[in-house]
Design a protein around this ligand. Structure first.
Ligand SMILES: [Zn+2]
Length: 256
């Protein structure tokens, strides 16, 4: 069973299973949902955020695009407006406490960025919209990646990230166990780089300064289903497990 029929049959199944529970939840939150988080993820069909984080109705905003890029604040203008900054602003207006940028393994957008990494500055031969998007907003991650491979023969790190806020000042060892491909290492770097883009907007900075928001880099392995969270204390992505949960909570959860 494929495509259209699978979707319609899926909706029939939902009507028999989850719908009643969701209706109850809709009644509880009515017209005032108060999501506490924003997930910025890739549009890849293997990333089922609601499933792997067991999200319920009203829990989270989800923003998806090819490569989980956030355009840097300085690139935003009326003529170049994209949805990402608007979604971030909406999340701030809704008082979300946590923003997660979630990359993943075998990301087709990041694989393409890796292939195009030497021609990101060539705006004359951009190809279609996908290449334009990837070249334009992937360039800062490519720059970070070139520092990483130049300075680190073993492609491990540490890579320094510096920003105006303590949450943005950290070092990162990328895949120190060398489990993932070079493109996946770029994907992890890209997720960390996007934290800086998220924090580039004044309305986000205001929340960060007041301690009302925290931003996190997450990473999903599409082959194992493992979910990782970047730990500034450990300077690396840590798999979220029963064992690591407590330490990650202490580090990443603000006193609220
Ligand atoms: Zn992807």
């Amino acid at each position: 069973m494929k495509g259209f029929e699978k979707i319609l049959r899926g909706i029939l199944k939902y009507r028999l299973t989850d719908k009643a529970l969701m209706e109850k939840r809709f009644q509880v939150i009515k017209n005032n949902p108060s999501p506490t988080s924003l997930f910025i993820t890739c549009m890849d069909s293997r990333i089922l955020t609601s499933r792997f984080a067991t999200l319920d109705v009203g829990d989270s905003f989800i923003l998806r695009n090819a490569g989980n890029f956030i355009p840097p604040a300085e690139s935003v203008s009326f003529d170049s407006m994209t949805t990402e900054p608007a979604a971030l602003e909406l999340a701030c207006l809704s008082n979300v406490r946590h923003v997660f940028v979630c990359g993943h393994s075998d990301c087709k957008a990041i694989n393409m960025l890796y292939k195009l990494k030497d021609e990101c500055h060539d705006h004359n031969h951009c190809g279609g919209p996908l290449q334009m998007w990837i070249k334009k907003y992937g360039t800062p991650s490519v720059q970070k990646f070139s520092e990483f491979v130049k300075d680190n023969e073993n492609h491990i790190g540490p890579v320094p990230f510096n920003g105006r806020f303590s949450q943005l000042n950290f070092q990162a060892y990328i895949d120190p166990e060398n489990k993932f491909s070079i493109e996946d290492k770029l994907s992890q770097l890209n997720s960390l780089q996007q934290l800086h883009h998220v924090a580039g907007f004044p309305f986000v900075q205001d929340k960060l300064l007041k301690g009302q928001m925290r931003i996190h880099a997450m990473w999903f392995d599409v082959y194992s289903g493992d979910v990782y969270l970047f730990s500034r204390n450990n300077k690396r992505f840590i798999e979220i497990t029963e064992k690591s949960y407590k330490e990650l909570m202490q580090e990443c959860y603000p006193a609220d």
